[in-house]
Design a protein around this ligand. Structure first.
Ligand SMILES: *Cc1c(COP(=O)(O)O)cnc(C)c1O
Length: 402
């Protein structure tokens, strides 16, 4: 029996160029983003310019985390206590957490078979809740029909904030993910597409949104030291009225991120080559369904999901244990008690109790696997053989016990 011995949580090292830039920052000691010499643009300001160029957004703000970016986005558009905010019933905990952090009330929307937000349920929930904001999560990098989603939201006067934690570098019909809604939010946490341990971005073309986001992030009266930002006159009123909810990025993290951002294109190719190998290996297994992606999207295959729709909870538990015994770490979203990272709406009991039967049914048989770039293409082929082997045993009588 083949087993895999690699680590599912081992990232690549930071590029040498990033290490050198980080060491230079530590040597001069000016880690705070506004601690610059006259006329100097620090690493954080340069990173913001580069991220704006990368996404095509007019304005970019680098912040302390993806969760922080979402919270600042909600505050910047005036979401406050008691307001309803729509979001996916399947996402990561910082998404509903950002809604709760501003005192707002999450309204969860069903997911579809391809794990994207269910557009019919979205339209229905807009009507029934009266919510005027959608915090849309591109969970695990799956993109819904963004044109259809924007038509629904624009028709109903709903503002869209995109959570692009898993879609940095992805596109919908040639438009970078994060550029459809009013605001795009990204994460640079270790398990995402660029890694500074913690970190995030907020992008927008709207000067009022960006002015408020910059002041919220903790710019004090130093906002002129931003360069991917609206002109300083735009801050005149907001600088008196916007609270400082400190969450800046620092020059050390920015130094680490800049070379990773410039490499992202080739990283995306490397991820997609690995994804394709695993996806191909998992096709045509009875009882196992791969997640079909909408051909309108360009994806980043940094993780892969598949379904065992007919298996019972006991069988899935055994399947995960058998894969784990052979070195293949899977996450099961249907487990009664969530382990490690939480992603299911009913784990967030601070929110009003809600019922999403379609999401329940899909998550009951949904499995998930990371694809770190430290895996070789051969590793990916081996991993898919292990999963295939174990999946083929499902529904078969147990040979040992007859
Ligand atoms: C990681 C992640 C975030 C943001 O996480 P931070 O750790 O706050 O940077 C947001 N949404 C999803 C779906 C994520 O996986």
């Amino acid at each position: 029996m083949e087993t895999f011995t690699g680590s599912f949580t081992q990232q690549e090292p930071i590029p040498e160029e990033g290490i050198e830039a980080a060491v230079a920052v530590m040597r001069h000691g000016r880690l705070h983003r506004y601690n610059v010499e006259p006329g100097e643009l620090g690493e954080t300001a340069l990173l913001e310019q580069e991220f704006a160029a990368f996404t095509g957004a007019k304005y970019t703000l680098a912040v302390a985390s993806g969760g922080y970016a979402m919270g600042a986005a909600l505050r910047a558009i005036g979401v406050g206590p008691g307001d309803k905010v729509l979001s996916n019933g399947f996402t990561l905990a910082p998404v509903p957490g950002a809604i709760a952090a501003v005192g707002a009330d999450p309204v969860f929307v069903e997911i579809a078979e391809d794990l994207t937000i269910d557009l019919d349920d979205l339209a229905a929930k807009i009507d029934s809740s009266g919510a005027k904001v959608l915090l849309l999560s591109h969970m695990r990098g799956h993109l819904c029909d963004m044109d259809a989603l924007m038509a629904i939201c624009e028709g109903a006067g709903v503002k869209v904030i995109e959570d692009c934690a898993h879609t940095m570098g992805a596109e919908w019909k040639g438009v970078p993910s994060g550029r459809h809604g009013l605001i795009g939010c990204y994460s640079c946490q270790t398990y995402k597409h660029i890694n500074s341990g913690e970190g995030g971005f907020l992008i927008s073309d709207d000067p009022d949104v960006m002015v408020r986001a910059i002041i919220l992030s903790g710019s004090y009266m130093l906002y002129e030291r931003h360069s991917a930002a609206p002109p300083s006159e735009s801050f005149e009123q907001a600088k008196w009225e916007t609270p400082n909810v400190s969450g800046r990025m620092d020059n050390l993290r920015a130094a680490i991120l800049r070379p990773q951002l410039s490499n992202l294109g080739s990283q995306v190719e490397a991820w997609n080559a690995r994804y394709k190998i695993v996806e191909t290996g998992l096709r045509n297994i009875p009882g196992l369904r791969v997640i079909e992606r909408n051909p309108g999207g360009l994806y980043v295959g940094s993780s892969i999901q598949f379904r065992l729709p007919e298996a019972s909870p006991g069988e899935i538990d055994d399947f995960c244990a058998a894969c784990a015994a052979r070195g293949v770490e899977l996450k099961w979203f249907g487990a009664a008690v969530p382990k490690a990272f939480t992603s299911r709406y009913d784990s967030w009991r601070y929110a009003r109790p809600q019922s999403l039967p379609r999401t329940d049914r899909i998550l009951a048989g949904l499995l998930d696997m990371r694809l770190p770039l430290t895996f070789s293409e051969d590793d990916c082929a081996l991993i898919s053989r292990v999963i295939r082997d174990e999946a083929l045993k499902l529904g078969q009588p147990d040979v040992a016990t007859g």
